[in-house]
Design a protein around this ligand. Structure first.
Ligand SMILES: [Fe+2]
Length: 183
Protein backbone atom coordinates (compact mmCIF):
# COMPACT_ATOMS: atom_id res chain seq x y z
CA UNK A 1 0.00 0.00 0.00
CA UNK A 2 1.39 3.36 -0.91
CA UNK A 3 1.13 6.33 1.35
CA UNK A 4 0.43 9.60 -0.38
CA UNK A 5 3.04 12.20 0.44
CA UNK A 6 1.71 15.49 1.72
CA UNK A 7 1.68 18.21 -0.86
CA UNK A 8 3.71 21.21 0.15
CA UNK A 9 3.85 24.61 -1.45
CA UNK A 10 6.97 24.92 -3.60
CA UNK A 11 8.54 27.41 -1.23
CA UNK A 12 8.35 24.98 1.67
CA UNK A 13 10.60 22.45 0.02
CA UNK A 14 13.02 25.09 -1.30
CA UNK A 15 14.24 26.36 2.04
CA UNK A 16 15.04 24.79 5.40
CA UNK A 17 12.31 24.54 7.97
CA UNK A 18 12.05 27.60 10.14
CA UNK A 19 14.48 27.43 13.04
CA UNK A 20 16.51 24.49 11.74
CA UNK A 21 20.06 24.77 10.46
CA UNK A 22 20.36 24.49 6.69
CA UNK A 23 21.88 21.19 5.57
CA UNK A 24 24.43 20.64 2.82
CA UNK A 25 21.52 19.69 0.57
CA UNK A 26 19.72 22.95 1.40
CA UNK A 27 22.85 24.93 0.56
CA UNK A 28 23.40 23.05 -2.69
CA UNK A 29 19.78 23.64 -3.61
CA UNK A 30 20.21 27.35 -2.88
CA UNK A 31 23.37 27.75 -4.98
CA UNK A 32 21.74 25.83 -7.84
CA UNK A 33 18.64 28.03 -7.83
CA UNK A 34 20.68 31.20 -7.45
CA UNK A 35 23.03 30.28 -10.30
CA UNK A 36 19.98 29.86 -12.54
CA UNK A 37 19.04 33.53 -11.96
CA UNK A 38 20.58 34.94 -15.14
CA UNK A 39 19.83 38.52 -14.19
CA UNK A 40 21.60 38.21 -10.85
CA UNK A 41 24.61 36.46 -12.40
CA UNK A 42 24.87 39.16 -15.07
CA UNK A 43 24.81 41.87 -12.37
CA UNK A 44 28.16 40.84 -10.88
CA UNK A 45 30.87 43.35 -11.83
CA UNK A 46 33.84 41.56 -13.43
CA UNK A 47 37.44 42.74 -13.15
CA UNK A 48 40.21 41.23 -15.30
CA UNK A 49 42.71 41.98 -12.53
CA UNK A 50 41.15 40.06 -9.68
CA UNK A 51 38.22 38.30 -8.16
CA UNK A 52 35.03 40.22 -7.47
CA UNK A 53 32.24 39.30 -5.10
CA UNK A 54 28.82 40.30 -3.90
CA UNK A 55 27.33 39.04 -0.66
CA UNK A 56 23.96 37.35 -0.92
CA UNK A 57 21.38 36.40 1.66
CA UNK A 58 21.65 32.65 2.09
CA UNK A 59 18.91 30.38 3.43
CA UNK A 60 18.45 29.89 7.16
CA UNK A 61 21.04 32.47 8.19
CA UNK A 62 23.79 31.01 6.01
CA UNK A 63 26.46 33.16 4.41
CA UNK A 64 26.37 33.31 0.62
CA UNK A 65 28.51 34.91 -2.06
CA UNK A 66 28.52 35.45 -5.78
CA UNK A 67 32.14 35.36 -6.96
CA UNK A 68 33.73 36.32 -10.28
CA UNK A 69 37.01 34.65 -11.24
CA UNK A 70 39.20 36.09 -13.98
CA UNK A 71 41.28 33.58 -15.95
CA UNK A 72 44.13 32.14 -13.91
CA UNK A 73 42.84 33.06 -10.44
CA UNK A 74 42.34 30.72 -7.51
CA UNK A 75 41.87 30.57 -3.78
CA UNK A 76 44.89 28.63 -2.57
CA UNK A 77 44.41 25.70 -0.20
CA UNK A 78 42.01 26.40 2.66
CA UNK A 79 39.13 25.02 4.64
CA UNK A 80 36.07 26.50 6.29
CA UNK A 81 36.66 24.99 9.72
CA UNK A 82 33.35 24.00 11.28
CA UNK A 83 31.12 25.29 8.49
CA UNK A 84 29.51 23.09 5.87
CA UNK A 85 28.99 24.55 2.43
CA UNK A 86 28.15 24.24 -1.22
CA UNK A 87 29.21 25.97 -4.38
CA UNK A 88 28.24 25.76 -8.00
CA UNK A 89 29.58 27.20 -11.23
CA UNK A 90 27.13 29.60 -12.86
CA UNK A 91 29.22 30.37 -15.94
CA UNK A 92 32.62 29.35 -17.26
CA UNK A 93 34.50 26.44 -15.72
CA UNK A 94 36.10 25.97 -12.32
CA UNK A 95 38.43 23.28 -11.05
CA UNK A 96 38.40 22.07 -7.47
CA UNK A 97 41.39 20.27 -5.97
CA UNK A 98 40.43 18.63 -2.70
CA UNK A 99 41.62 16.07 -0.19
CA UNK A 100 39.65 12.91 0.39
CA UNK A 101 40.92 12.73 3.93
CA UNK A 102 39.64 13.84 7.28
CA UNK A 103 42.40 15.93 8.83
CA UNK A 104 42.81 16.47 12.54
CA UNK A 105 40.93 19.68 13.21
CA UNK A 106 43.47 21.36 15.46
CA UNK A 107 46.83 21.03 17.08
CA UNK A 108 49.04 20.57 14.02
CA UNK A 109 51.19 22.86 11.93
CA UNK A 110 52.40 20.54 9.20
CA UNK A 111 50.93 17.29 8.02
CA UNK A 112 52.26 14.73 5.57
CA UNK A 113 49.44 13.60 3.31
CA UNK A 114 49.21 9.99 2.32
CA UNK A 115 49.40 9.16 -1.37
CA UNK A 116 46.11 8.94 -3.18
CA UNK A 117 44.12 11.51 -1.20
CA UNK A 118 44.01 14.08 -3.99
CA UNK A 119 40.81 14.60 -5.91
CA UNK A 120 40.15 16.85 -8.90
CA UNK A 121 36.73 17.96 -10.06
CA UNK A 122 36.02 20.07 -13.07
CA UNK A 123 32.82 22.00 -12.54
CA UNK A 124 31.24 23.44 -15.65
CA UNK A 125 28.22 25.74 -15.64
CA UNK A 126 25.43 24.12 -13.66
CA UNK A 127 27.75 21.77 -11.78
CA UNK A 128 28.60 22.11 -8.13
CA UNK A 129 29.12 20.24 -4.91
CA UNK A 130 28.37 20.34 -1.23
CA UNK A 131 30.99 19.65 1.42
CA UNK A 132 31.21 18.90 5.11
CA UNK A 133 33.20 20.37 7.96
CA UNK A 134 36.98 20.61 7.56
CA UNK A 135 36.82 20.03 3.80
CA UNK A 136 40.24 21.11 2.50
CA UNK A 137 40.27 22.42 -1.06
CA UNK A 138 41.36 25.03 -3.54
CA UNK A 139 39.24 26.38 -6.35
CA UNK A 140 40.72 27.67 -9.60
CA UNK A 141 39.69 29.15 -12.90
CA UNK A 142 42.21 27.47 -15.18
CA UNK A 143 40.85 29.05 -18.34
CA UNK A 144 43.26 31.26 -20.27
CA UNK A 145 40.66 33.64 -21.54
CA UNK A 146 37.31 33.18 -19.88
CA UNK A 147 35.85 34.50 -16.66
CA UNK A 148 33.99 32.10 -14.39
CA UNK A 149 31.19 33.00 -11.98
CA UNK A 150 30.08 30.86 -9.06
CA UNK A 151 27.67 30.90 -6.14
CA UNK A 152 28.76 29.80 -2.63
CA UNK A 153 26.91 29.24 0.64
CA UNK A 154 28.21 28.30 4.09
CA UNK A 155 26.61 27.46 7.42
CA UNK A 156 27.27 28.46 10.09
CA UNK A 157 28.30 31.80 8.58
CA UNK A 158 32.07 31.60 8.22
CA UNK A 159 33.64 31.60 11.65
CA UNK A 160 37.13 30.88 10.31
CA UNK A 161 39.07 30.25 7.16
CA UNK A 162 42.27 28.25 7.66
CA UNK A 163 44.82 28.78 4.91
CA UNK A 164 47.45 26.24 3.97
CA UNK A 165 50.50 26.07 1.78
CA UNK A 166 51.39 22.83 0.12
CA UNK A 167 54.73 21.44 -0.99
CA UNK A 168 54.41 17.98 -2.44
CA UNK A 169 52.59 15.93 0.16
CA UNK A 170 53.23 18.35 3.01
CA UNK A 171 50.42 20.63 4.03
CA UNK A 172 51.33 23.53 6.30
CA UNK A 173 48.87 25.69 8.21
CA UNK A 174 49.80 29.27 7.35
CA UNK A 175 47.06 31.46 8.66
CA UNK A 176 43.73 31.44 10.42
CA UNK A 177 41.44 34.22 9.28
CA UNK A 178 38.53 35.26 11.42
CA UNK A 179 35.65 37.52 10.47
CA UNK A 180 37.20 40.49 12.28
CA UNK A 181 40.23 40.23 9.95
CA UNK A 182 38.03 40.92 6.94
CA UNK A 183 36.57 44.20 8.13
FE1 LIG B 1 36.38 27.19 0.07
Amino acid sequence: MSVPSPSLPASASASPAAGSAPTQADLLDFVRRTAADAELIASLPLDPEGRTWVRLKGPGGSEAWLIGWPPGTGTGWHDHADSVGAFLTASGDLTEHSLAARLPSDGWKTLELTEGVDRVRRLSAGQGRAFGRHHVHEVLNESRDRHAISVHAYYPPLPQIRRYSRTGQVLRLEQVERPEDWQ
